[in-house]
Design a protein around this ligand. Structure first.
Ligand SMILES: [Zn+2]
Length: 347
C-alpha cells in the first residue's frame, strides 16, 4: 500500500503533533530527542523521526509515514524496521506491535526514579493499582523491547500502560486525549518530591571555569549532582538507564563520580581533558562549552531523576552487558542527534 499522506490523514495528525509538542516542552516528561509518539491511520504508521525533538512537533515535520503491514512483517521476521527506514525512530518496532491507535513513549523522570529500583514491580503494584499496566523488565531498545512487549501483551491484551525497567513509560490509547489523560493519571500517581540539595558554591565554580574551556550549566538544578551527598552516592554505584551512557558517551559510571574541588592554579583542565562535564563534590557541576543542547537536556533529566531516587531504595543498575548492548545499538544514532543539536545550524 502507499504511504502517501491523504489530506484527511494529515488533518488527523494535528492532535498528535500538538500533544507531542506539549510533552516535548516539559523536561520532566522528555528530554531532547528522547521519547517518541505515533498514530496508526488507514494502514499507515506515522511515527516520530529519529533525532527530532517532540518539542518541535508543531513547527517541523517530525512525523514520518511507514507502511504498517510492512513494518509488522519485518518485526515478525526479526528484522528491526529502524534499520530499514533510515529516519524512523529507534522504537518503531515497539509502536508497530502495540495495538493502540495512538502510542506515546516518554522518559518521564518520576517513572524512571521508580523504574530503577530493585523492588519497582512491587512498589508500582501499589502506585498503579486499578490501571491496566504491566512491568517490562529491562531489555535493549528496538527489536528486543518490541518482542518482549508483544509477549506480555499476548497474555494481557487490555494493557495500556507499560513501565519499562531502567528506561521509561509507554502509554497507548484510541486517541490523543485518552493518552494524555492516562499519562497525567500515571504522572500523578508516580509523582515524587525531589530532594533539596545543599547550596551550590557559585563563587568556587566561577573561579574554576574562569578563562577555561568550561562553563556553568544553564540549568541550575544540575548542580544537585554535586551538592547532594545522596545523589553522589547513587551516581557512583553505576549507570541507571541507557540515556545516561549515551549523552556522556561512556559505558562506565566513572564520569559520574564526583571529583574534589580543583584548585584553579593546578593543571586540572589537562587532568580532566577527556571529560564532557565534572561533578564537583560539595560545589556543583561544570560543563564543557562544546556540550550540545541535547546533551545538556539529558543531563538536566538525569539530575531530576537522581533527586527523586529514594535514599533507602536498593537500586538496580544496568549490567555491563546491558550497557554494552544499548550503547552499541543506539549510540551512533544518538550521537548523530546530539551533534545535530536543536539550536545549531545543523538542524
Ligand atoms: Zn526510550
Amino acid at each position: 500500500m502507499s504511504t502517501n499522506a491523504s489530506a484527511a490523514n494529515v488533518a488527523e495528525l494535528t492532535p498528535l503533533r500538538e500533544l507531542s509538542a506539549r510533552i516535548g516542552s516539559d523536561p520532566l516528561l522528555t528530554q531532547a530527542s528522547t521519547g517518541n509518539s505515533s498514530i496508526k491511520l488507514e494502514g499507515v504508521l506515522w511515527i516520530k523521526a529519529s533525532g527530532s525533538w517532540m518539542a518541535d512537533a508543531i513547527n517541523e515535520d517530525i512525523l514520518i509515514p511507514l507502511d504498517l503491514a510492512e513494518v509488522k512483517e519485518r518485526v515478525k521476521q526479526k528484522l528491526d524496521p529502524a534499520e530499514r527506514y533510515a529516519r524512523a525512530s529507534i522504537e518503531t518496532a515497539m509502536h508497530a506491535v502495540l495495538p493502540h491507535r495512538v502510542v506515546l513513549h516518554v522518559h518521564c523522570v518520576n517513572t524512571i526514579a521508580w523504574a530503577v529500583r530493585q523492588d519497582a514491580p512491587v512498589q508500582l503494584e501499589r502506585q498503579l493499582d486499578g490501571l491496566r499496566w504491566q512491568w517490562i523488565s529491562h531489555v535493549p531498545s528496538g527489536l528486543p523491547l518490541a518482542w518482549k512487549i508483544a509477549r506480555v501483551l499476548s497474555a494481557s491484551a487490555d494493557t495500556d500502560v507499560l513501565v519499562l525497567g531502567n528506561h521509561g513509560l509507554v502509554i497507548g490509547g484510541d486517541d490523543c486525549g485518552a493518552v494524555e489523560d492516562l499519562l497525567s493519571q500515571v504522572e500523578q500517581r508516580l509523582a515524587l518530591c525531589p530532594r533539596q540539595p545543599d547550596r551550590t558554591d557559585y563563587a568556587a565554580l566561577a573561579e574554576i571555569v574562569d578563562g577555561s574551556s568550561w562553563d556553568l550549566p544553564d540549568d541550575d538544578e544540575v548542580h544537585a549532582l554535586g551538592t547532594d551527598a545522596i545523589s553522589r552516592a547513587v551516581l557512583s554505584g553505576g549507570l541507571l538507564y541507557p540515556c545516561q551512557s549515551i549523552f556522556s558517551n561512556s559505558s562506565t559510571p566513572g564520569l559520574f563520580r564526583s571529583v574534589p574541588c580543583p584548585n584553579p592554579r593546578d593543571p586540572w583542565e589537562r587532568q580532566y581533558r577527556t571529560r564532557p562535564f565534572l561533578i564537583i563534590e560539595g560545589c556543583g557541576v561544570i560543563v564543557r562549552r562544546t556540550m550540545t543542547p541535547a546533551q545538556r537536556a539529558m543531563m538536566s533529566g538525569l539530575a531530576q531523576v537522581i533527586q527523586r531516587v529514594s535514599s533507602s531504595a536498593l537500586l538496580r543498575y544496568l549490567t555491563e552487558e546491558e550497557v554494552a548492548n544499548s550503547f552499541s545499538m543506539i549510540a551512533s544514532r544518538y550521537r548523530e542527534l546530539a551533534n545535530a543539536s536543536r539550536y545549531s545550524s545543523a538542524r
